[in-house]
Design a binder for this molecule. Structure first.
Ligand code: GAL
Length: 416
């Protein structure tokens, strides 16, 4: 046999070994279409294709995923669920309790997920002891992104507390720059609001008011201060902000049209995808007053019960691929988040990610690790929706007082 025949034979044998028992189709619902998000999603697609499976995108546009979940509900109700869907936080339990999710315990047991994941994460991925979802990453919400060139040009100083923030915002505004790039969509309004709530009220207030929905905290003096600070930010946004997508707001900072943006670190994925480098094109700094605390979002894929056995093989391969160290690295380098798998090497990650990883661990020890309300991690989707409405109404209204907003917030907390 000639040498190249031998080589060919070797390749064929290797392919046979690498190919799964049965190649299946994997349909995945997500909303990752902006620059950094799309690059991250592509990494997932590639890892499935490498295993011989067919990837089917089920994309519903809309940052934060509200539209995606609405479409998912109707697909599942009509008996046509995808293999996996980007579902997070308490919604995982809600979906699992309807009986549509599949257990992936065999994969999780074989790969020792219990030992590889922080407990706060593994608990959320399980329903009645069975893994029904696989976690992808850890995002931090309480970041402020700023353009250092714009700061240098205008003489503004990067802020670390709210007084400094308003001084910087005023300096930028006077220099004719949009101080804060904001996208006026309800989930972004609430993302900003929860960041202010943490920075002004602190971790304990955040937990009592926004996670435990304690009526006294939702309507007390601290909440009033949070609402006033939140509203004070509005004049530093531009008149075109209503309806703007979050990634377009990030683009304003990238281009130097705006000085700052409050956003979770999926914004970092945008900067990187645009070729902007940390410390040079952009700076990440914890949102004012929140340096030691951490509002988290953990993206995860819930697995649906499937009829076709080949697709079930593909589904389990997806779960396994997502938890692999290689995938955790490449995906999170693109997404702006950090690996959810513990003990992962961070040498390829930038300083923002390294800080995030250290702060995540420190915050967990000091009770300052908090779930994001705006991004589906803290409360039921009904309560989240109701709170979003109140916060956006307050942000947009010229007349609503903090007292009225607080009253509405207390009712929103009772939404079913
Ligand atoms: C969040 C999600 C992130 C990011 C963001 C903007 O809810 O957790 O992964 O995609 O929405 O779309």
């Amino acid at each position: 046999m000639k040498v190249h025949h031998l080589a060919m034979l070797a390749v064929v044998c290797l392919q046979a070994l690498a190919a799964p028992a049965r190649a299946g189709e994997i349909e995945v619902l997500h909303w990752w279409i902006s620059g950094g998000e799309a690059r991250a999603a592509q990494a997932l697609k590639a890892s499935m294709q490498a295993k011989g499976h067919t990837w089917k995108d089920f994309v519903v546009a809309g940052g934060g995923g509200d539209s995606a979940i609405t479409v998912l509900k109707s697909r599942v109700l009509s008996g046509n669920a995808p293999a996996a869907a980007q579902i997070k936080g308490p919604s995982l339990q809600a979906w699992a309790s309807t009986g549509v999710l599949a257990s992936i315990n065999d994969v999780a047991k074989a790969e020792h997920w219990d030992e590889l994941l922080p407990k706060v994460v593994s608990e959320q991925m399980k329903f009645k002891g069975d893994y029904i979802a696989v976690p992808v990453n850890v995002h931090r919400v309480n970041w402020l992104w700023l353009n250092p060139a714009v700061f240098a040009r205008t003489g503004a100083k990067p802020p670390s507390n709210w007084d400094e923030f308003f001084i910087a915002a005023e300096t930028l505004k006077k220099a004719g720059v949009i101080a804060l790039a904001h996208g006026g969509q309800t989930w972004q309004d609430l993302t900003l609001f929860e960041t202010v709530a943490l920075g002004v009220g602190g971790p304990e207030f955040y937990r009592k008011a926004l996670v435990q929905l304690n009526p006294a905290e939702l309507s007390g003096a601290t909440m009033e201060a949070v609402l006033s600070t939140f509203k004070r930010i509005k004049p530093y946004t531009d008149k075109n902000s209503p309806g703007r997508d979050w990634n377009l707001a990030t683009a304003m900072v990238i281009k130097g049209e705006a000085g700052m943006q409050f956003m979770g670190d999926w914004a970092k994925g945008e900067f990187l995808a645009a070729g902007s480098l940390p410390g040079k094109g952009f700076i990440c700094t914890p949102a004012p007053g929140s340096a030691k605390a951490f509002i988290y979002v953990i993206d995860s894929f819930a697995m649906f019960k499937l009829k076709n056995p080949a697709n079930t093989v593909a589904q389990k391969d997806l779960a396994s691929a997502v938890m692999s160290p290689e995938f955790q690295e490449v995906f999170n380098l693109n997404k702006g988040s950090i690996p959810v798998r513990m003990g992962q090497k961070m040498d390829k990650f930038d300083d923002c990610a390294k800080a995030s990883a250290l702060d995540f661990t420190a915050a967990a020890k000091s009770a300052a690790l908090l779930p994001s309300v705006a991004n589906g991690m803290a409360v039921s989707s009904a309560v989240e929706g109701a709170i979003k409405e109140v916060v956006s109404q307050f942000w947009n209204s010229d007349r609503m007082t903090p007292a009225e907003a607080m009253q509405k917030m207390v009712s929103a907390a009772k939404a079913r």
